[in-house]
Design a protein around this ligand. Sequence first.
Ligand code: MRU
Length: 353
Amino acid sequence: MPEEEIEPIRWEDDRLLLLDQTILPDRQEWLTIDTVEAAIEAIREMRVRGAPAIGVAAAYAMVIAARSVEAPTMSTWLTLLDPISARIAAARPTAVNLGWAVQRSVEVARSASSPSEAHKRLLALAHKTKADDIATNRKIGRNGASLVPSNGGILTHCNTGALATAGYGTALGVIRAAWEQGKRPHVFCTETRPWLQGARLTAWELMRMGIPAELVVDSAAAWLMSRHEVNAIIVGADRIAANGDTANKIGTYSLAVLAKSHNIPFYVAAPTSTIDVGVANGDEIVIEERPPEEVTTLKGQRIAAEGIGVRNPSFDVTPAEYITAIITDQGVHKAPFERALRSAVHQTKAGIV
Ligand code: MRU
């Protein structure tokens, strides 16, 4: 890869550093996060975004939370930590990795005998969450690369690259892995209105990696499919229910329906930590609604007529029946998904690769 690897989340001098994704690709600026409030704000305002990246940032936010609490006894300390953990977990509702990372941190804190030991263990856990995420993404890439067409078109939505994770990426990581194996697919990335994760972030990552690609407006997808220019679609996930229903960036569901009607395979790539076996199906997934200004303005400039109402759901749910396969670090899972997904989660928990 010609450019340095993107590593959007760092821990340096006991502080969390986040590459501010709200201003990429115009400017590359690092935010220094040393309070819980700043960490919550960074997640809520999408300075760090993408389900796995949010999980890693939350693990470090728990380290910051741990050192912000002072109490005479361990049990009081844990009691004071609880509401802070809950606030971090509530910063955004849809990505399961956020609650997953906070819950793991809470369990680690509870297993310690003193606040200082808990602090050390939480930092070790955060570092491990980050390192595991990169290793997991490389496995997803290896598992999914064979599904990428050698010469045909592949379309991806939103940003699922290094920026959306601790590094390497999930769906974009699959494209990258295929590219590293010598495949030369024609890559399309969608703009991803309204936040433009595709135009700003995926396009930036692709150009840094030296992978030629074309940016398309979201509504161009059907036309390209009808012209046989797209041979596969690959997206990430924010939460996968036990039956395979998948919450991902708004617009994913439309792409899946279009893929089915054009007989194009539709793949979801995600780590097993994104599978929520506690949720039976997509109806139980909370969909984040974001501020209207994301739709009515562009770079601070109003583009919509004054007075118009706005609906801004940030995610949608693609029913499992539209998904050809779910690619995880444990393999490529096909329908019926439930058994395969439960087993993948179990294998990861048991440390089986
Ligand atoms: O609102 P965002 O930018 O956090 O949404 C990101 C997505 O929907 C991604 O597709 C998903 O988190 C997977 S990232 C590897």
